[in-house]
Design a protein around this ligand. Structure first.
Ligand code: SF4
Length: 226
C-alpha cells in the first residue's frame, strides 16, 4: 500500500556534532563514518514536532527475524561520509526501503542484461593449406584452429565457435561464403547478466525464469478460457 512499515523499511539516524574535542570512539576528528549511522528499530523519529512520523511501525523491528541477534548496520563501518569542522553538525535520517524493479528501476537488482543465440560456424567445404592460415588470421575472435590431418594436409576447424560475434569478416571476401556458413542455433540462448550486487547473477536468472514461467502459465490459462 506504499506505507513505510517495519516489513519494508529500515531507518538509520545520523547525529554527528564536531566539537573541539576529539570523538570518544577513537575515530578521526570531524570525520563522519558509515558506522555513525545508528539503526532505529522503532522507525523514524521525524518530523520531531508531529505525532505522525514518516514511518508507521506496528512493532519494533528488534522483534523481527534475527534482528535481535544481528542488528542491521552498514556492511563497511569505516566509509567516510563527510568531514566537518568544529562547530559543524549533521543530523539526518536514512530510510532503506525494500521494493521491486517493476515499481521503480532503482530497486532492480539487474544492471545490464542481454542474450544472444549460440553461433554455429559450419564448413560447407574443407578449408585447407594457405586458405586455412588466412582464415585463422581473418577472425578477430580466434574461432579457428588448424588441424594436422596427416599426409601434409592442414585443415581449418572451428573449436571456439561460441566466441563468434557473427561479424562476417570470414565470409566478407568474394568466394569465402562457399566455404563457410554462419548460423545461429535458434533454441540455444546465451545470457549475460550483470548484477547490481543485491543478488548473484545465477539467482537473478533463475528468478527471472520463474517469473516468465508464471506469465506463460497465466497466458495459457487465460487463452483456455476464450
Ligand atoms: S563471423 Fe567474425 S567472429 Fe565469427 S568466425 Fe567469422 S570472423 Fe570470426
Amino acid at each position: 500500500d506504499g506505507m513505510a512499515s517495519e516489513n519494508n523499511t529500515l531507518v538509520f539516524k545520523l547525529d554527528y556534532k564536531c566539537t573541539r574535542n576529539p570523538p570518544a570512539d577513537g575515530s578521526k576528528h570531524g570525520t563522519v563514518l558509515s558506522k555513525h549511522l545508528v539503526w532505529q528499530p522503532n522507525g523514524s523519529t521525524y518530523p520531531p514536532d508531529r505525532p505522525t512520523k514518516f514511518t508507521s511501525f506496528g512493532r519494533p523491528q528488534s522483534e523481527l527475524h534475527d534482528f535481535s541477534t544481528r542488528p542491521p548496520a552498514p556492511t563497511y563501518p569505516d566509509i567516510t561520509l563527510a568531514r566537518l569542522r568544529p562547530g559543524q553538525a549533521i543530523e539526518l535520517e536514512v530510510h532503506a526501503v525494500k521494493g521491486i524493479g517493476r515499481t521503480h528501476a532503482k530497486w532492480s537488482p539487474v544492471a545490464t542484461a542481454s542474450y544472444r543465440m549460440l553461433p554455429e560456424v559450419v564448413f560447407r567445404k574443407p578449408v585447407e593449406g594457405q586458405m586455412a592460415e588466412q582464415l585463422v588470421a581473418k577472425c578477430p575472435m580466434n574461432v579457428f584452429d588448424i588441424e594436422d590431418m596427416g599426409d601434409g594436409i592442414q585443415r581449418a576447424s572451428a573449436p571456439r565457435a561460441r566466441n563468434c560475434t557473427v561479424c562476417r569478416e570470414c565470409i566478407r571476401e568474394e568466394g569465402w561464403g562457399d566455404y563457410i556458413q554462419l548460423r545461429r542455433k535458434r533454441d540455444h540462448f546465451i545470457f549475460s547478466v550483470e548484477s547490481t550486487g543485491a543478488l548473484p547473477p545465477s539467482v537473478l536468472f533463475t528468478e527471472a525464469v520463474k517469473i516468465l514461467e508464471g506469465k506463460a502459465r497465466r497466458l495459457a490459462t487465460e487463452t483456455d478460457r476464450l
